[in-house]
Write a protein that binds this ligand. Structure first.
Ligand SMILES: [Zn+2]
Length: 247
């Protein structure tokens, strides 16, 4: 089908021409027998006669088609723009989600790797493996932090409390399984503030220091262990320093 416009006939068709097109349309319909009587109208027949050049109906149809194509192109353009905008929005949302996930992972990594000293503003008064008749093993299985009775004791890192209560020579004690799989123990406490199964954060107060058990004076006994029980101790200073604690 070729859409060829005759010279000087590019303008939008006038009322008469449109009528002609309609008449042609109606005429076409008559073949179906639906509106047979309209084609017989004398006025329409006259118009038909006046415009029987054969060009006008084709031109009118061509202009209508051009308008239709224009409208379709505009619609397609709008759809394309809409799709592009949706894609851009989806990309931005994905980027934001990924940024949030990265921030959450970073915060979690930071949370798990944050360690503090069990007693703030204190110092180690007795070192690891120091020999003394005071300890049943003959040498110190942890370190002592200088602390008056009633000083807040903090979990050194994120973990879960695995035992609390009387620990013989250790007096009142708490053992925590750390997020890295190691254990920390806090002894000679005057008061225990956590229960078994409780999750604790780095720096969270878990007890008050004291002088319970086998002691010559108040302090906090602190151990780092590979397991929950006595005898699995490792160097607690090295453990804390490996986690960035200045002791
Ligand atoms: Zn000790």
């Amino acid at each position: 089908m070729a859409f060829v416009c005759a010279t000087g006939k590019h303008r939008k068709p006038g009322r008469v021409k449109r009528t002609t097109v309609h008449a042609a349309g109606v005429a076409a319909l008559t073949t179906t027998g639906v509106i047979g009587t309209l084609a017989a109208s004398p006025a329409l027949a006259a118009e038909n006669t006046a415009e029987q050049t054969g060009l006008t109906p084709v031109l009118a149809a061509t202009d209508d088609l051009a308008e239709h194509i224009d409208a379709q192109a505009t619609a397609q353009q709008r759809i394309a723009e809409h799709e592009a905008a949706e894609k851009a929005a989806a990309a931005r949302a994905k980027e934001a989600r990924e940024a949030r996930a990265r921030a959450a992972r970073e915060a979690e990594r930071k949370r798990l790797n944050t360690f503090v000293a069990p007693i703030a503003h204190s110092y180690v008064s007795t070192g690891y493996k120091v020999g003394s008749s005071l300890w049943s093993s003959g040498s110190h299985t942890g370190i002592d932090f200088h602390a008056a009775t009633g000083t807040p004791v903090h979990a050194v890192g994120v973990g879960t409390v695995v035992s609390t209560g009387w620990g013989g020579a250790y007096g009142n004690e708490i053992v925590i399984r750390m997020a890295d799989g190691m254990y920390t123990q806090y002894g000679h406490l005057s008061s225990i503030g956590v229960t078994v199964g409780q999750r604790v954060a780095a720096g969270q107060q878990i007890a008050l220091s004291g002088a319970t058990g086998n002691v010559t004076g108040p302090h906090l006994h602190f151990e780092a262990r590979t397991g929950p029980d006595y005898g699995s101790d490792v160097d607690p200073v090295a453990y804390l320093r490996n986690h960035g604690v200045n002791v």
